[in-house]
Design a binder for this molecule. Structure first.
Ligand code: NCD
Length: 276
């Protein structure tokens, strides 16, 4: 579609981006996408700058912002907050990450990236690695992948950060293996999807210190990898992937970040016609 035509898609619409938690890629790619399709953007990137800091409830904030916008994009530290917002809002709500629960638009761009790279998703062998207990991007991706056939999952995490059983149940019919170490799986894996240890979700900082550096991959990981092996990460990365891997053909993480824009343009376009 021509740029000029694209700019007409959401002409006159207002997108509200309500970010109660830090974000770089999700907020800015939503805002970039909104501009590309001709919408205007309002919102905040820090709840300290909103009435939340005065004690306003999420429900009241949403009941207010729905009057100012055509689509609401929300990121919030509480699990289930986006669902709650959607229940009280007449305006469509997009979940841009709710606590350690889910991050569905990240999954859309992750699946888009995998499909673009491999030409398929069915039948791939995918390793989910890192903080499987708290990573919402991994919870959502595992959920999304459970709709495809022939996927084999490898789950790699420290024992204290295992995948929650309710997520494992979603792909219980599928083949999966669990371990603390990825090395043995490398000759089989198509995609290594890593996410950082989620520091902000730990109640005990000592527990975080124990696991924060358990994964740190450099070029050596490529030595035993399958041909066509790819590394993904929703970013930010902390220690789990060394910058020396960035120039490798295996590194897909900055392409993922780039793919966030067209995927979110498409999503905004789908939601623009939802009747209030
Ligand atoms: C992720 C998130 O916010 O859950 N980031 C993102 O949206 N790309 C991953 C993370 O914070 O580790």
């Amino acid at each position: 579609m021509a740029e000029a035509e694209k700019k007409e898609l959401l002409q006159g619409k207002i997108i509200a981006t309500l970010f109660f938690e830090p974000s770089t890629r999700t907020r800015l790619s939503f805002e970039s996408a909104a501009h590309n399709v001709g919408a205007k953007v309002i919102g905040f990137s820090d709840s300290a700058a909103s009435s939340t800091a005065k004690g306003e409830s999420l429900t009241d904030s949403i009941k207010t912002v729905e009057n100012y916008s055509d689509i609401i994009v929300i990121r919030h530290p509480r699990d289930g907050s986006a669902r709650r917002a959607a229940e009280v809002s007449e305006t469509p709500v997009i979940n841009a990450g709710d606590g350690s629960n889910q991050h569905p638009t990240q999954t859309l761009l992750d699946l888009f990236t995998i499909h673009k790279e491999f030409g398929k998703i069915d039948g791939l062998k995918i390793c989910l690695l890192g903080d499987l207990k708290h990573s919402r991007t991994i919870h959502s991706l595992a959920t999304g992948l459970s709709f495809y056939s022939g996927i084999k999952f490898f789950l790699v995490s420290p024992n204290s950060l295992l995948m929650p059983t309710e997520i494992i149940e979603k792909f219980s019919g599928k083949n999966f293996e669990q371990s603390n170490d990825v090395t043995q799986f490398l000759p089989e894996i198509d995609v290594l999807y890593c996410n950082r240890i989620q520091k902000e979700r730990f109640t005990d900082p000592v527990e975080y210190e124990k696991v924060k550096d358990v994964f740190s991959f450099g070029k050596e990981i490529l030595e035993h990898a399958k041909p066509g092996f790819r590394i993904m990460n929703p970013l930010p990365r902390i220690n789990e992937i060394k910058p020396e891997l960035d120039t490798s053909k295996a590194a897909l993480y900055f392409q993922q970040a780039a793919n966030g824009v067209p995927v979110r343009e498409a999503l905004l376009n789908i939601l623009k016609d939802v009747e209030k």
